[in-house]
Design a protein around this ligand. Structure first.
Ligand code: LLP
Length: 445
């Protein structure tokens, strides 16, 4: 296996001023406090309450544009399929689709969401290690651009279903290149021991077999080695192996039209060095230029992560012998990334006066009854009091989509800001919605 050490980042935490300066859509106004695209987050909190997810539409568009430009500059014929799992809100799907994106979906639910947002099947690819017969039927009914098949077993199942329906599935084989993406252990997908993809050594034979199966037209290969990847080296290693396979398949007389280069491009949550889209485009071009391939990408986090934040209020600040605990009205049920991946998210006070106050270490936690319900430990923060507000940054990806109603905490509201408009794109969930589909059986009446 090719290994690439995690880009460990040992620098000090960025200051509040540095966090704001690195995010052009944020600014601090002396009276109004923290602004997102010139809209005071205090106004959002007054109107919609907290906790609330707040997204910058302009930032999403700008990021899509930057990625598309990088691909064009590298002269790549590449279609972006936004990875719906990162944030599947209909408004966000619609926004990216209007910019020209297709969608990468991993379930029947995501497929139907993408369709509900107006994305045609011809711009949808279906990934995932275990698609049910029902989901494969749905994919064929919607005539998706491509189904990324991850095993011989799935290929056989798809062939039987497609033949029975009288349809032909355009199939890419997702290959496991046995490359370590150097990211968090829970975010790596391209090592041989991971559950994803078809073993590199078996891919060529399976591709040839696919070409003989009824209802299957093999059109290419797909690869995705992980998420929050902060170096292009593992991409280069993986793409080199895929390019080798393209050559081998073609040498055997098999047609390979397309390569899906996956997603995974990381973002600098903590100000650490992160590869640019141009660097990723360079890695793709390095492996695939001259091969006359249609290329696809499946980015999620890079497009949407930095464009969203979680706006929360301080319930109380608790001082113990061990230190200071800032208890928010947001919790791990809203944003689980710190608990699940030890993720670091910037935390910025919304009040200008507080933001410049003298900082000392604090643990920032939620009210959920678990020690893991923590957003930050020993974070340098100014004095905050009850009713202070904070923004938890870079929460646009894998934020609201991973929320639960644990501790009977309803799902938070979602707001999109565009050119001064504050649009509530998801109302705060009413608490009785939590038991709306529950029934007390007659024997308990
Ligand atoms: N394509 C496939 C096949 C994937 O499995 C994924 C992500 C993507 C594309 C998009 O990856 P991205 O560009 O967003 O890195 N919940 C975790 C992230 C899990 C990613 C799973 N797969 C987190 O909060 O960091």
């Amino acid at each position: 296996m090719a290994t690439h050490a995690a880009a460990t980042f040992e620098g000090p935490d960025p200051t509040v001023a540095e966090l704001i300066a690195a995010r052009p859509f944020l600014s601090m106004h002396a009276m109004d406090g923290l602004l997102l695209d010139d809209v005071p987050l205090n106004r959002v909190a007054d109107e919609v309450g907290t906790p609330t997810w707040v997204y910058s539409a302009a930032t999403m568009r700008a990021r899509y544009g930057a990625l598309a430009t990088a691909l064009a500059d590298a002269r790549l014929d590449a279609q972006v399929h936004y990875a719906v799992k990162a944030n599947d809100h209909l408004a966000i799907l619609r926004l990216f689709s209007r910019e020209g994106a297709g969608a990468d979906v991993v379930s029947g639910g995501e497929l139907l969401r993408a369709r509900a947002a107006g994305i045609p099947g011809s711009r949808i690819v279906f990934s995932g290690v275990g698609k049910s017969a029902h989901e494969l039927r749905l994919a064929l009914t919607e005539d998706l651009a491509q189904i990324n098949v991850e095993s011989a077993e799935e290929l056989a199942m798809l062939s039987a279903i497609a033949a029975q329906m009288g349809r032909t599935a355009r199939v890419a084989l997702r290959v496991n290149p046995d490359v370590d993406a150097g990211t968090h252990a829970k975010l790596t997908t391209g090592r041989a021991q991971d559950k994803f993809g078809i073993a590199y050594t078996q891919a060529a034979a399976l591709y040839a077999h696919a070409a003989t199966l009824p209802g299957i037209r093999p059109i290419g290969l797909a690869v995705h080695i992980g998420s929050q990847i902060l170096s292009v080296a593992p991409y280069r290693a993986a793409y080199a192996r895929i390019a080798e396979l393209v050559h081998a398949l073609r040498a055997d007389g098999l047609a390979v039209e397309t390569v899906d280069c996956g997603g995974g491009l990381g973002i600098p949550y903590r100000g650490q060095p992160a590869p640019s889209p141009a660097a990723l485009a360079g890695a793709i071009a390095g492996a695939f230029h001259n091969l006359n391939l249609r290329l696809a990408l499946e980015p999620g986090r890079w497009l949407v992560g930095p464009a969203g934040l979680l706006l929360a209020s301080v319930i109380l600040v608790k001082q113990t012998e061990a230190g200071r605990f800032v208890v928010l009205d947001a919790a791990m049920n809203d944003l689980i990334r710190p608990a699940m991946y030890d993720a670091w998210h910037g935390i910025v006070p919304v009040s200008a006066a507080e933001a410049v106050g003298e900082a000392s270490p604090a643990d920032v936690v939620g009210p959920v009854c678990e020690p893991g319900d923590s957003f930050a430990r020993g974070r340098l923060l100014p004095n905050l009091g009850a009713n202070s507000r904070v923004a938890i940054l870079d929460a646009g990806a894998y934020g609201s989509v991973m929320s639960s109603a644990y501790n009977a905490r309803p799902l938070a509201a979602e707001v999109m800001i565009d050119r001064g408009d504050i649009a509530v794109i998801r109302a705060r969930q009413p608490v009785d919605a939590l038991w709306a589909h529950e029934h007390i059986p007659t024997f308990l009446e």
